[in-house]
Design a binder for this molecule. Structure first.
Ligand code: ZN
Ligand code: ZN
Length: 262
């Protein structure tokens, strides 16, 4: 019923129970997982590809997270290119700009992001984008780079969206799909819920971004894909549709964006 469009199931936090975590999610109705290779060290990419090879319902994305942008070299680009030729790899990501944590310098982030957008365009692959910071300091340059390097030929998702309603609509105009995580379920997230309500049903995705950001009811615990339905429940309420309809819409949107086999 659900498709977790963004999770880090290769993270060390699942070292002891990765297969059991996937099984719990399947039992909770998760029919597919997008395993994000970036964000937990460069080798996370090869682990995500291996996991996707091992499970029919897991697909991988590969990239360089903005936190790790300083590692970008021609050699890294060559490895990304090789992975992207793999049939179980469905796109580039997560990549983008994070001016909140600033774990890599501003220039390195912009350059690594621009290189990955250009690569995605060349290889005709969708992109999962991470953007964090004050709006517009990280948001405006993200969109500028996307438009300069992507030239309107690319498809992408703004994952774990936490920005303004105004920017969400600029991004929708630019063709993006918008994905919400457990943050949209938090008690204090009234403003974000208003943003989510304003994103049309045919442009919405759900994700956990596990192992972090466990939804309301599970806060403080390690997150897991089994709880993606909790995010979907909140979005269904906001859109005044049944949970089944919300699940189907977000699943169809993800299958279309990532061009998953039927
Ligand atoms: Zn992210
Ligand atoms: Zn992530």
């Amino acid at each position: 019923m659900w498709l977790d469009s963004h999770c880090h199931i290769t993270a060390d936090r699942y070292a002891d129970d990765r297969d059991a975590t996937l099984d719990r999610a399947r039992e909770a109705g998760v029919e597919a997982f997008i395993a994000i290779g970036s964000g937990y060290g460069f080798e996370g990419n090869s682990q995500a590809v291996a996991l996707a090879e091992a499970h029919d319902d897991v697909f991988a994305m590969v990239g360089i997270h903005p936190h790790e942008a300083s590692v970008m070299t021609d050699e890294v680009m060559a490895r990304l290119r090789t992975w992207l030729a793999h049939p179980r790899v469905v796109g580039v990501g997560e990549c983008g700009l994070d001016f909140h944590y600033m774990n890599s310098p501003d220039d390195a982030q912009r350059e690594a992001f621009a290189m990955q957008v250009a690569l995605a365009r060349e290889l005709d692959q969708p992109v999962s984008i991470h953007v964090r910071g004050d709006d517009p300091d990280a948001y405006a340059p993200m969109l500028e780079i996307w438009q300069a390097e992507g030239a309107g030929e690319l498809e992408g998702v703004l994952h774990c969206y936490t920005g303004s309603k105004r920017f969400a609509h600029d991004a929708l105009d630019a063709g993006f799909v918008v994905s919400f995580s457990g943050i949209v379920t938090f008690k204090r997230s009234d403003e974000l819920r208003e943003v989510a309500r304003s994103v049309p049903l045919d442009r919405l995705l759900v994700e956990t971004d596990a192992p972090f950001l466990a939804p309301e009811g599970h806060r403080g615990r390690r997150n897991e894909p089994a709880w993606v339905g909790r995010v979907g429940e909140t979005l269904a309420e906001l859109h005044d549709v049944s949970i089944e309809d919300l699940a189907k819409a977000t699943r169809d949107n993800a299958r279309r964006l990532f061009r998953l086999p039927a």
